[in-house]
Unconditional design. Sequence first.
Length: 223
Amino acid sequence: MHLTAKFRPFGLLMIGAIVALVSACSTSDGANPTLTTPISSSVTSSPSQTVTSTSSQTSASSSFANTSAPQSTATSPWPADLTPDQVAAAQAAIAAYVGYYQLVDQAYMDPGKDWTSEVSKWATDPEKSSFLRNMAGTAQLGQYGTGSTAVYPQVTKVEPGVVTMSVCVDSTAAGFFDKDGKSIKAPDAPGSYFRHVSEVQVAKYVGDQWLVTFITDDYNTTC
């Protein structure tokens, strides 16, 4: 499976450099993770769609519209055998990821803004730095995004302080334009599927703050 880095890179929509999942949470931005346990990733179907909004990123769980997912066999966004504490962790991790993707949509509309403070609420390095680099590069070229992205998160593993999920990311309703307002969104084809699989790790940090740490997108695999 060919895994490509997250985000709509400046130049063409959502086609990035190769990124490998790493085994520990980064602390380069000063955050102190509660755990740095390596985790594995697997692709599974997801039961619930969360449509991101570009109007606000203050509520990660209440400001989204939920609809049924395309996979008819899905029943829950996390494994059925989780303990109550693990369910709470899964819910918190999903909320952090959804809040982060809401911010991504919002930021692409105004990539020249300094988003450092906002992104720190939802993500830490290396994902945080990747986000800021993408915004800076997009702004430099005068490019911007519109619309919103739908995400279908499915938790695949819950460990103390770390949650792994497989997500179907749907950018069908998102646009990407050059400085002249011409669409430069890549075609819906292998390498740039509008609906693609993404592997995500979210970790719990000091203060019970859940932050997105790693995202690896596979634009060659549709969902």
